[in-house]
Ligand binder design. Structure first.
Ligand SMILES: Nc1nc2c(c(=O)[nH]1)N[C@H]1C(S)=C(S)[C@@H](COP(=O)(O)OP(=O)(O)OC[C@H]3O[C@@H](n4cnc5c(=O)[nH]c(N)nc54)[C@H](O)[C@@H]3O)O[C@H]1N2
Ligand SMILES: Nc1nc2c(c(=O)[nH]1)N[C@H]1C(S)=C(S)[C@@H](COP(=O)(O)OP(=O)(O)OC[C@H]3O[C@@H](n4cnc5c(=O)[nH]c(N)nc54)[C@H](O)[C@@H]3O)O[C@H]1N2
Ligand code: SF4
Ligand SMILES: [Mo]
Length: 831
């Protein structure tokens, strides 16, 4: 407060008992009074990013500033205030979404283009003009393409903004891929960190990744097995937890197969079956054994709908090959996959395996929700395929309350607005995303299978000569495995560009930082993730902060400098960089009218949608994957038209060296030993198996800088109480986790809720390397291995480590002040 304002304020007040009391109305206050609701403008929009859901955020603003955020209260869906029913549940935002205002106005907000002046990774930048930044990039792009050829630029855009209709970041139909493809210099990254094992499994088994139901169908299950799934943290739909609660209220039983007793297990009072990480395929095989031996499979379903489940369902051309039942019973390899066989592999008693198999085969309908994390492992695809075999043999596919997920894509809207339809996803070569560093470090002595080089007709086998990286909607330097190897590789590059709204750990390794407007600062429509049949309108709530521009503005302007501006953004003219609103509106309106209204039989006009804010589809029946296949005999989109437990595609590959996989993948699901696990000799040196699930308090790395969220949760390593006792570790002690790949620091959380010899450290902490190469933030990707599974699964949960107490300090965040207090509340329980 200035001296003048203070005096003015005091002039209208009397001083009594040392207090300043006002004898006038609000004017007497010296500070800006906190605005009342009725002084604010309300704008309905949504939360963003790659979190598994999509919820309503309501911005309340004064002038051009968002003063507070609230969420759905029923009325934004056209119902009276407070409406929240099974048919029309609210889309209520979680804590992360509700704290978004702090992200928009955070200290780490990137406001101006910046050019690196120090060494890579040192974090020294100077502010430059947009003109200078874009000239620099355009010149460098031309040079790299001319000097090193059309694979020199690596597209590492990812899902930070993948769920917007117009401002989309991802590899398949994102803005950057289209830009680099049109420029004619792009190496693409083909594997998805989330679920490449699952994608592979769903494609070979069902011929489709659309194997998901809408979440409301969970409310009809009698048994839900959460296999490596913790929807209390990571939903895979908009209202997952709500519908599961309804199931619970209706008497559904819950089981959790997970190395951790999760919050989901606690919420539903589930039967917890702790399992050694990476051994899920073996346990599922043993369940199949029990079901076959006791003849409680749904043989009718098997006969009608599956290929290769048993001898009777093998195709005639492969009669002599191994079928699934023969493998399970040990008739083909002499090893019955019995519960007794699985017990020492999985650490689950034979008795519990039988009990669960019996429960699953005899409870109808039952949902085996096989989530992605157990497939984010060495040979993860085998787990997913095994789970699909179980879902099929119990006849739980295509029925209400059953489940065939998998990838779990449910009903999904028309995803993108023109201009993406044309020239999207053009690439010169495509590699497994987690092998870029290996490729750069070993070029040109690289074999196809080492980098998962995708087969091509014209330039097959050409190893990409990567010299530059673009990150858009991606913090991949912080998120891909084996960061220390990536650090070596990045120093070989000649151009690294980071487009983000925030200064991120990746950004610190870039040459140029381009400030991007957040979704509050541009016009778009939000899509739900894999499930949820609705759209949410996202108007521009405030003007872009600082000199921020949208991704589309930046790439359009760059395209103009490189000579294809008009082709890249046909509705725009050159002044789009300064004036984009009308063009964005035109694209969105066209999308709504040509795709949503005409193809999805929606009658609400664009103007009405904009006014209403949310459009929810009314489906004529619950959305259940493969219902028509089961009820109407429609073929599955596989070669045989059946659910392929025995895969025609895999069975017919003769030359594995010509595939991106490199190694033979069996035609039926099998248990294959991972390369690091608890039954391994490597445990002498590294006795703990580390799993690295997704955090509740962040979306990957997003929200790591929100101090308020860090007050509620902490980047900590969860340890089993017996293990911790042996190591002399208590809750709150700072420990070092290490292996041959790296060293990280985190506080310990000691509990009985984690099985022995397993440690849990959540992904997404913002890396913070010290001078001796130790990451003080506790980012598990210094410990993960960049060795991918043959089918492309990322081995994020295949990690052996050792643990000890340390004097090195943990650094929970860049500001170093906002330390979480959560461990204080836990300290007593472990001491
Ligand atoms: N809050 C939040 N939600 C998110 C995200 C986020 O970052 N934050 N990210 C989103 C994205 S992109 C994705 S891909 C999904 C990920 O969704 P998931 O893959 O389902 O989630 P994870 O958190 O990795 O792991 C789920 C559970 O699997 C267990 N688990 C780990 N390894 C194994 C194993 O080998 N076997 C078994 N049986 N269990 C295992 C973990 O203990 C954990 O409880 O979540 C999405 N939702
Ligand atoms: N150890 C371990 N590591 C993992 C995983 C694991 O299970 N274990 N999971 C993996 C998985 S499944 C995933 S999906 C990845 C996620 O990896 P990333 O996609 O790299 O992770 P995010 O933290 O979501 O980073 C997205 C970035 O996009 C920025 N962004 C958001 N919106 C926009 C926008 O509109 N424009 C631009 N230009 N930028 C924007 C955000 O600020 C953020 O920096 O992490 C992977 N890493
Ligand atoms: S972070 Fe995800 S779950 Fe939370 S409000 Fe946003 S969209 Fe919803
Ligand atoms: Mo993911």
């Amino acid at each position: 407060m200035t001296r003048r304002r203070f005096l003015t304020a005091v002039a209208g007040s009397t001083i009594a008992n040392g207090l300043v009391t006002s004898n006038r109305s609000a004017k007497a206050f010296a500070y800006e009074p906190y605005p009342r609701d009725d002084e604010l403008t309300t704008v309905v929009t949504s939360c963003a990013h790659n979190c598994g859901s999509r919820h309503v955020l309501v911005a309340h603003k004064k002038g051009d500033v968002i003063v507070r955020l609230s969420t759905d209260n029923g009325q934004y869906q056209g119902s009276p205030w407070g409406t929240d029913t099974e048919e029309l549940p609210q889309l209520r935002a979680c804590l992360r979404g509700r704290s978004y205002r702090m992200r928009v106005y955070s200290a780490e907000r990137l406001l101006y283009p910046m050019l690196r002046v120090g060494e890579r990774g040192e974090g020294k930048f100077k502010r430059i003009s947009w003109d200078a930044a874009l000239d620099f990039i355009a010149e460098k792009m031309l040079y790299l393409k001319w000097e090193y050829g059309d694979t020199a630029l690596l597209d590492q855009s990812y899902a930070g903004a993948s769920w917007g209709v117009l401002h989309k970041s991802d590899q398949i139909s994102g803005l950057l891929g289209r830009f680099l493809g049109m420029f004619g210099c792009r190496t693409s990254s083909w594997s998805v960190p989330s679920y490449q094992g699952t994608v592979f499994s769903s494609q070979v088994t069902f011929g489709s990744i659309d194997d998901g139901n809408e979440d409301d169908t969970f409310a009809h299950s009698k048994l839900i097995i959460m296999w490596g799934w913790n929807p209390a943290y990571t939903f895979h739909g908009g209202n997952t937890f709500y519908y599961m609660r309804l199931a619970k209220q209706r008497g559904c039983q819950f089981v959790v197969v997970d190395p951790q007793y999760t919050d989901s297990a606690a919420s539903y009072n589930a039967w917890w079956i702790p399992i050694k990480p990476n051994t899920d395929a073996a346990m599922l095989a043993a369940m199949a054994y029990y079901i076959f031996i006791n003849n409680i499979q749904d043989q009718d379903f098997i006969n009608k709908f599956t290929q290769g489940m048993d001898a009777g369902t093998m195709p005639f051309w492969a009669r002599k090959r191994e079928n699934f039942k023969d493998y399970i019973l040990g008739q083909s390899d002499g090893q019955p996959k019995s519960p007794e066989w699985a017990e020492p592999i999985c650490g689950v008693s034979a008795e519990n395996i039988k009990k669960l198999a019996h429960l699953y085969a005899t409870t109808k309908p039952a949902a085996l929700k096989a989530s992605w994390a157990p497939g984010r492992n060495a040979y993860g695809e085998q787990y997913n395929r095994m789970a699909a075999a179980l879902q099929a043999m119990t006849g739980n596919i295509g029925v209400l309350g059953g489940c065939s997920e998998g990838v779990g894509k449910g009903w999904h809207p028309e995803a993108v607005a023109y201009p993406y339809d044309e020239y999207s996803n053009i690439w010169k070569q495509s590699i497994k995303s987690d092998r870029w560093a290996h490729c750069v470090l070993n070029y040109p002595q690289v074999k196809r299978e080492e980098i998962g080089l995708w087969p091509q007709s014209d330039t097959d086998g050409q190893i990409p000569n990567i010299k530059g990286i673009f990150w858009q909607g991606s913090n991949w330097f912080n998120q891909l495995p084996n960061i220390n190897k990536a650090i070596q590789a990045i120093n070989k590059l000649e151009l690294v560009v980071c487009m983000d709204a925030t200064i991120t750990p990746s950004g610190l390794w870039a040459d140029l930082l381009l400030p991007i407007a957040t979704h509050f600062e541009r016009h778009d429509v939000a899509l739900p993730w894999y499930k949820g049949h609705y759209y949410i309108h996202r108007p521009k709530v405030i003007e872009p902060l600082g000199e921020s521009k949208t991704d589309l503005q930046v790439l359009t302007e760059l395209a103009y400098r490189l000579g294809f501006g008009k082709k890249y953004n046909p509705k725009a003219t050159r002044d789009y960089f300064h004036n984009n609103d009308a063009v964005d509106e035109a694209y969105l309106q066209e999308w709504w009218e040509n795709k949503v209204m005409s193809r999805q039989q929606v009658e609400m006009t664009w103007a009405e949608f904009k006014q209403q804010g949310i459009y929810k589809f009314k489906l004529s029946r619950p959305q259940i994957a493969f219902q028509d296949n089961v009820e109407q005999g429609q073929p599955w989109p596989t070669s045989s038209g059946k659910i392929e437990i025995f895969s025609t595609y895999l069975a017919q590959i003769h030359d594995w060296s010509r595939t991106a996989y490199g190694y033979e993948i069996p035609a039926i699901p099998k248990w294959i030993e991972p390369w690091e696990w608890l039954n391994d000799d490597k445990t002498i040196q590294y006795p703990f198996h580390l799993i690295t699930p997704h955090p509740r308090w962040r979306t990957h790395s997003i929200f790591h800088n929100i101090a308020l969220l860090r007050e509620t949760y902490e980047q900590e390593v969860t340890l089993n109480a017996d293990d911790a006792k042996k190591l002399g570790i208590k809750t709150g002690d700072i420990v070092e986790l290490w292996n041959a790949r790296g060293r990280v620091i985190a506080p310990a959380y000691v509990t009985e809720r984690c099985m022995p010899r397993v440690a849990v450290l959540h992904e997404g902490a913002w890396m913070d390397l010290d001078k001796i190469g130790v990451d003080r933030s506790g980012n598990p990707d210094f410990l993960t291995l960049d060795e991918p599974s043959p089918a492309g699964a990322f081995a994020y949960n295949t990690v052996l480590i050792n643990i000890k107490k340390t004097d090195l300090s943990h650094r929970p965040g860049w500001d170093r002040l906002a330390t979480a207090r959560s461990h204080i509340f836990r300290r007593d329980s472990s001491s």
